[in-house]
Ligand binder design. Structure first.
Ligand SMILES: Cc1cc2nc3c(=O)[nH]c(=O)nc-3n(C[C@H](O)[C@H](O)[C@H](O)COP(=O)(O)OP(=O)(O)OC[C@H]3O[C@@H](n4cnc5c(N)ncnc54)[C@H](O)[C@@H]3O)c2cc1C
Length: 567
C-alpha cells in the first residue's frame, strides 16, 4: 500500500505537532500527515514537568534574550552552535506567547503575567510553567489545534526506514501496528520528530518506554550522520526505585538535597548556586556522595534525599502536585511529611541527527526536537531549554517545509524498500538458534549504566563497547515467538531494541574516543576540558558491516569565546 503526501511528519510529540500546525498555517494547500507509533497525547513531551524558558522578564525585570543566550552557551560547555542558540533564545518569548494565545494554561503571577520560576544554571528566573504539568498542557494545546485545522494522523504506525535517492527525499516505510502491514509513505518532505534515546539505560532512565531513538537509528541506517552522541544528560533527581523524574522545579521552588548526615552537600560543590547548579554538576556531586559512602542505603540501592518539607503543605500541593502524587505512588512517601529518596537518572539525549537549523544532509529531510542535534544544548542541556527547542525548531521546520514543498517534485518510495522491510520482519520468526528480547534488553541497560554512565574511564568504556558489540551480535539471532499480526507488541519491542543497540554503540564509541571532560561527559582519566584537541562535534556513521565510523566537525562560534565554566 502506498500513501502520498507533500509533507510527512514522523512523531506527534511537541516538536512534530508544532511542525504540523505551522505547516498548515503557512500553506493550507499542502497535504500533510503525521505518522506516530503512539497516540499523540502519549508522547514523552507530556511527561515534561518543570517548564519552558523564555526571557519574558516577568519575574526578573532585567532579564534579556542576551542573558538567555549566554546561560545556554555556558551551560553547553561551549559546544553549542551559537547561531542556533541565538535563534532559539530570540524566538522564545514569541513562541511562549503564541502557545498562551493558542490556549495553554500557564501559571500566573498575581499581576496576571505568565509566572516564571528559577531553574538550574541560569542567572535569571525565566522558566515559564503550568504547575508541574507543563509538557502535558502544551502537548494537548498543540494537538487540539492540529485537530481543529484538520491535520491527518496515522496513529500506531511504526517508522521502519527512511528512503532517499541521490540525496533527495522519497519518503518512509512504516508498519501499521494494528495489522502488521508494511506501507509506503511517499513524500516530498519528511520531518523527523521521534524524540530521544535515553531509554537505552533502561531502568536507570526517566524516559518513557517509547524513547528508543527510532528516528535516529533510521537516519543512521540511511547514511545521515548522528552528532555528539556521547553526551547523555543524567538528571539529578530520579526516584530511587523507578528512575522516574522529580522535576528540577522542586529545587527551583527551594527543595534541599541532603546526604545521610542531613548535610546540604551541594555547599561543597557549588557554593553559590547550591541545589540549582547545572544538571551535570549536581548529578556528579550526588554520584560522588554515593561513591564516598555518604548516601543512605536500602534494598533498592543507595540514595540521597530531596527535602521539600520546609516549603509547606500548601506550596507543595499547589506548585508540585504531580511530584507529590508520584512520590506517594512509587515510593510510598508523602513529601509534605518525609524527604523524597532520589538518585541520578539518564534523562536526555543531547546528541542526535546532525541538523543545521533543522535541515539534514539529505535534501527534503528535516529533523527537530530531541531526535535532532541542531545543536543548542552542546555538552549539557539547561532545564527548560528542551521544550523550547522542540517548539522553536518544530515551528521553523513546519514553516520551511510548507514553503518548500510546492517547489519539489514527488519522488516515490521504491517497491524494493517494502520487500526489504518484509524480509527483515519475517526473519525474526525463523531463527533457529535463538536469543530472547528481555535478556538482551536488561543487559544493554546494565552495560550502559555501569560502563557508560556518569563517571567514565577508558577501561570501563572499552568494556562497554565490547559488551554492546556482543549484544548486537546476539541480536542477530533474536527470536520472535508471537507470530500474530494484530498488535504484535513483541515485534515492536524487537524493532526498538535493534535501534537502541545501534545507538548505544554510537554513544559508547564516541565516549571512548573523546579524551576530555566536557558537560555531561566526564572522564575520570581526562578530568579537564581540552579545547585544543576536543572543541569540536563528533559525527557517527554506520559502515556496511555495521561498525561505527567516527569523524568530527567544527563548532560554530559567535559572540562568546571559550571560558572556564564555574558556578
Ligand atoms: C520525565 C521528563 C521530564 C521532562 N521535563 C522537561 C521540562 O520540564 N522542560 C523541558 O524543557 N524539557 C523537559 N524534558 C525533555 C522534553 O520533554 C523532551 O526533550 C521533549 O518533550 C521531546 O519532544 P519531541 O517532540 O522531540 O519528542 P517526544 O515528545 O518524545 O515524541 C516523540 C514522538 O515520536 C513518535 N515516534 C517515536 N518513534 C517512532 C517510530 N518508530 N515510528 C513512528 N513514530 C515514532 C512517538 O510516537 C512520539 O509521538 C523532560 C523529559 C522527561 C523524560
Amino acid at each position: 500500500m502506498e500513501h502520498k503526501f507533500d509533507i510527512i511528519i514522523v512523531g506527534a510529540g511537541g516538536g512534530g505537532l508544532f511542525a504540523a500546525l505551522e505547516a498548515v498555517r503557512t500553506n493550507p494547500q499542502v497535504s500533510i500527515a503525521v505518522v506516530s507509533k503512539l497516540y499523540p497525547t502519549r508522547s514523552h513531551t507530556s511527561a515534561a514537568q518543570g517548564g519552558v524558558n523564555a526571557a519574558l522578564a516577568n519575574k526578573d525585570r532585567d532579564d534579556t534574550v542576551e542573558l538567555h543566550v549566554f546561560d545556554t552557551v555556558k551551560g553547553s560547555d561551549y559546544l553549542a552552535d551559537q547561531d542556533a542558540v541565538d535563534y532559539l533564545c530570540s524566538q522564545a518569548p514569541e513562541v511562549v506567547r503564541e502557545l498562551e494565545n493558542l490556549g495553554a494554561p500557564f501559571s500566573r503571577f498575581p499581576d496576571g503575567t505568565i509566572a516564571q520560576r528559577p531553574f538550574g544554571g541560569t542567572v535569571k528566573d525565566r522558566c515559564c510553567y503550568c504547575a508541574d504539568k507543563t509538557g502535558h498542557t502544551l502537548l494537548h494545546t498543540l494537538f487540539e489545534q492540529c485537530l481543529r485545522r484538520g491535520v491527518k494522523f496515522f496513529n500506531e504506525y511504526f517508522l521502519l526506514s527512511l528512503e532517499h535517492a541521490d540525496g533527495e527525499c522519497q519518503g518512509i516505510v512504516a508498519m501499521n501496528m494494528r495489522t502488521s502491514a508494511i506501507e509506503a509513505f511517499s513524500a516530498k518532505i519528511v520531518i523527523l520528530a521521534t524524540g530521544g534515546h535515553a531509554k537505552m539505560y533502561w531502568n536507570r532512565s526517566s524516559n518513557a518506554a517509547g524513547n528508543t531513538g527510532d528516528g535516529q537509528a533510521a537516519a543512521l541506517r540511511a547514511g545521515i550522520p548522528l552528532k555528539d552522541m556521547e553526551f547523555i544528560q543524567f538528571h539529578p533527581t530520579g526516584l530511587r526505585k523507578s528512575g522516574l523524574l522529580v522535576t528540577e522545579g522542586a529545587r527551583g521552588e527551594g527543595g534541599y538535597l541532603l546526604n545521610r548526615h542531613g548535610e546540604r552537600f551541594m555547599a561543597r560543590y557549588a557554593p553559590q548556586k547550591m541545589e540549582l547548579g547545572p544538571r551535570d554538576l549536581v548529578a556528579r556531586s550526588m554520584e560522588t556522595e554515593i561513591l564516598e559512602g555518604n548516601a543512605l542505603t536500602s534494598d533498592a540501592g543507595s540514595y540521597l534525599e530531596l527535602d521539600l518539607r520546609h516549603l509547606g503543605a500548601e506550596a507543595i500541593k499547589k506548585k508540585l502536585p504531580q511530584i507529590r502524587e508520584l512520590s506517594m505512588h512509587f515510593e510510598g512517601i508523602d513529601p509534605i511529611e518525609e524527604p523524597i529518596p532520589v538518585r541520578p537518572t539518564a534523562h536526555y539525549s543531547m546528541g542526535g541527527i546532525d541538523a543545521n537549523m533543522a535541515r539534514t544532509a539529505v535534501s527534503g529531510i528535516y529533523a527537530v526536537g530531541e531526535c535532532a542535534c541542531v545543536s543548542v544544548h552542546g555538552a549539557n542541556r539547561l532545564g527548560g531549554n528542551s521544550l523550547l527547542d522542540i517548539l522553536v525548531f518544530g515551528k521553523r521546520a513546519g514553516q520551511e517545509a510548507a514553503l518548500e514543498a510546492p517547489r519539489r517534485p514527488l519522488r516515490r518510495v521504491a517497491p524494493s524498500a517494502l520487500w526489504k522491510a518484509a524480509d527483515e520482519l519475517k526473519s525474526y520468526t525463523s531463527h533457529e538458534r535463538y536469543e530472547r528480547y528481555g535478556i538482551i534488553r536488561e543487559e544493554m541497560g546494565k552495560t550502559m549504566a555501569d560502563k557508560v554512565g556518569i563517571y567514565r574511564t577508558e577501561e570501563r568504556l572499552r568494556q562497554g563497547v565490547e559488551e554492546i558489540r556482543a549484544l548486537r551480535e546476539r541480536f542477530r539471532h533474536i527470536r520472535l515467538f508471537d507470530t500474530g499480526t494484530v498488535y504484535n507488541t513483541n515485534l515492536v519491542q524487537i524493532l526498538e531494541l535493534k535501534n537502541m543497540l545501534d545507538l548505544a554503540l554510537c554513544v559508547a564509541e564516541t565516549a571512548l574516543v573523546r579524551q576530555e571532560s566536557r558537560g555531561s561527559h566526564y572522564r575520570e582519566d581526562f578530568p579537564r576540558r581540552d579545547d585544543e584537541a576536543w572543541h569540536r562535534h563528533s559525527l557517527c556513521t554506520l559502515e556496511k558491516g555495521g561498525d561505527v565510523r567516527l569523524a568530527h566537525k567544527p563548532v560554530t562560534m559567535g559572540k562568546y569565546s571559550l571560558e572556564t565554566r564555574s558556578y
